[in-house]
Design a protein around this ligand. Sequence first.
Ligand code: BTN
Length: 312
Amino acid sequence: MKGRILATLRAAETVVSGETLSQTLGVSRVTVWKHIRKLQEAGYPISAGPTGYRLEGDPDALYPWEFPGREKTLHYHPRVDSTMTVARTLARASCPHMTVVVAGCQQRGRGRLQRVWRSAEGGLYFTLVLRLDLPPVLAQRANFAASLVLARTLQELYGVPAQVKWPNDILVAERKLCGMLSEMEVEGDLAAFINIGIGVNVNHDPSGEEPMATSLAALLGRPVSRRELLACFLDRLEQRLQQPELADVIAEWKTQSATLGRRVRIVTTRETAEGLARDVDENGALILEDSAGVLRKIIYGDCFHHRSRGTA
Ligand code: BTN
C-alpha cells in the first residue's frame, strides 16, 4: 500500500485529495491516513492540508516498498552491525534466493581479509543471499557475476568507466568505488547459500580515510539515487544468474578487467607474490607469471596494481 500511495503522489506532482487516494487504491480514507502517517514517520516529506496530500521531496529511501516485487524479500535496516551477519542468520533460517539485506549505515562493516569497511550514511551497503545449486568449486562464479553486472550497471546508468579488479572490486580510474565480500555454507555437494556483501561509495566521500577511494557523487558532481542503482542492479543480476552454471561469466568479466596485463602484488594473510597478471581461470583463480616466467595460480588475496603495465 505504501508503495502505491507514493507512486500516486509522485505521478501527480501536486496535491492529491484523500478521497482520490482512497478511490484509486480501493481502501478507506482512514487507511490512507494511517499509511501517510507511517510514511511521514519514515522520513517522507508529505504535507497534509485541507485539500489533500502532497509529496514535497523525494528522499533516497531504501524501504522494501520502494522495490516493487521485492517487498517480501528485501529487509531494510537504517543502522545495523553488518548486513553480512543479518543475511547469514536469514540464510540459515531458509530465506529464499535473492533475499536482500540493506543498511543505511553499518556500525561494524566488514571488509575482505578481516578489514573494517567504513560504512557512513550516504553509501549503499547490502548483502544478497543466493541459492544457486552450484558445487562449491563453481561458487566463485557468482561473485564474478555480481561484480561484472555491477560494473556494467554503473557504466550504463552513469556513464562512468567502471572496471573490475581481481577478485571483485570495482575501480574507476584506479580508484575504488565498490568492494565485495562473500560467504558460503556447504551442504553435501552443493553450496547451501552464497552471500555476497557489496559496499558502494555513493553519496559520501570516503577519500579522507581511504585516499585511493572515490564515490559516485565525487565522479559525477551530483548526488545519485541509491534506490535506482540497487533496483537496476538486482534486476540485472537476477536475470544473469538464470544462466546455467554461469558458464560465460568469467570470459565476460575479463573484458572489463583492470587487472589483466598488469604487474601486480598479491598479499594474502600468509605471503606476498609479485608478477604479471596473465589470466583468470574458469574458477576465478588469478594466473600470475613471476619474474622467472613461472605461472602460479592464486586463489585469494588482496591485489595491488603497479603503476606500470608490462612484464613480469
Ligand atoms: C572489501 O573490499 O574489503 C569488501 C567490502 C565489502 C563491504 C560490504 S558493505 C555490505 C556488506 N556488509 C559488510 O559488513 N560488508 C559488506
